[in-house]
Design a protein around this ligand. Structure first.
Ligand SMILES: C[C@@](CO)(OP(=O)(O)O)[C@H](O)COP(=O)(O)OP(=O)(O)OC[C@H]1O[C@@H](n2ccc(N)nc2=O)[C@H](O)[C@@H]1O
Ligand SMILES: Nc1ncnc2c1ncn2[C@@H]1O[C@H](COP(=O)(O)OP(=O)(O)O)[C@@H](O)[C@H]1O
Length: 283
């Protein structure tokens, strides 16, 4: 076993997202199609014998103790009751708080990577359950495949989706997930549909129930969405503020990403059905 692992932490898109209810604890019940894309942070995990968890690359604006990378490592260390430690380093490329799930993906990569480095032998199910304590999106990154998700996003069924090219824009605004979920005008009563129905309908029928309130409260998101929709069908991912448009060809996606890049941070990325994390771990 090598004493160091370098692993990807990919982003996700919510190809559609319906809010079908609210639980007693205030969390919202969702129906969503998650797709992982080939845009990733990169994490290097190095074994330490002294038991410390050390983050060698702090992120601007996130205290080390709050960083999901550190929290995931400490949670696993406690759960497995191990005295092993790790130095954690991240090459951060994904925008933070944009609905691409970067923080949750970082946490999932740390859980899966340290499970291997520390030779703990925990199952994916155990890691996903642990990860849910850190964020609603962690389980899908452990699962590592396109998925239909229900509950708060933790009840996952593997699906195979089309794998188009996407243009992703991050409007220059930070959208607060709690604020979106607290909004009195948020649609919370979409009629539940079956997974088969969601897949049959296809992209032309997909929508995101958060989009209307996010557009209303954050005019910068509305402006970027109107701009992007001139080129291809476009939608909000998660609670935003990132937006994505769907293209059949890489060339068209790269052309529009370059144009968008003159105004906002923007990327061209391909939709995947299996996560590069699973490929890297050899699962
Ligand atoms: C709705 C999604 C869809 O992917 O949005 P994005 O975060 O990706 O934009 C996610 O499930 C979000 O997951 P995550 O960002 O990890 O949310 P958490 O930290 O667990 O929750 C932040 C806050 O949002 C609210 N929240 C979150 C998820 C949910 N299903 N219902 C909620 O009401 C709660 O108030 C919670 O305190
Ligand atoms: N390693 C991390 N990467 C990104 N964000 C992190 C991390 N650790 C903590 N956070 C916090 O979590 C918030 C949500 O991050 P992220 O998962 O990237 O966005 P979203 O949930 O909108 O997809 C950030 O705004 C940041 O304050």
């Amino acid at each position: 076993m090598s004493a160091s692992l370098t692993l990807p932490a990919p982003a996700k898109l919510n190809r559609m997202l319906h809010i079908v209810g609210r639980r007693d604890d205030g969390y919202h019940e969702l129906q969503t199609l998650f797709q992982i894309i080939d845009l990733s942070d990169s994490l290097t995990l190095t074994l330490r014998e002294d038991g410390n968890i050390h983050l060698s690359t702090p992120l601007d604006g996130v205290a080390c103790e709050d960083n999901l990378i550190v929290r995931a490592a400490r949670l696993l260390q406690r759960h497995a009751n191990t005295t092993q430690g790790a130095t954690l380093a991240i090459d951060k490329r994904l925008p933070m708080g944009g609905g691409l799930g970067g923080g949750s993906s970082n946490a999932a990569t740390v859980l899966a990577g340290l499970n291997k480095l520390w030779q703990l032998g925990l199952s994916s199910e155990a890691l996903a359950k642990l990860g849910l304590e850190l964020g609603a999106d962690v389980p899908v990154f452990i699962h590592g495949h396109s998925a239909w998700a229900e509950g708060v996003g933790e009840k996952l069924t593997t699906v195979t989706l089309d794998t188009p090219w996407f243009v992703i824009i991050h409007p220059a605004v930070s959208v607060s997930t709690p604020r979106v979920f607290q909004d009195p005008e948020l649609t919370r009563d979409s009629r539940p549909i079956t997974m088969a129905r969601a897949l049959q309908g296809g992209a032309s029928e997909w929508r995101n129930d958060c989009e209307a309130v996010v557009k209303k409260r954050y005019p910068q998101v509305a402006e970027a969405l109107d701009w992007l929709a001139r080129y291809a069908p476009s939608r909000l991912t998660g609670t935003g503020g990132c937006l994505f448009a769907t293209f059949e060809s890489e060339k068209a996606a790269r052309t529009v990403a370059e144009l968008a890049g003159q105004r906002w941070p923007a990327w061209a990325a391909r939709g995947l059905n299996t996560s590069p994390l699973q490929d890297a771990l050899g699962c």
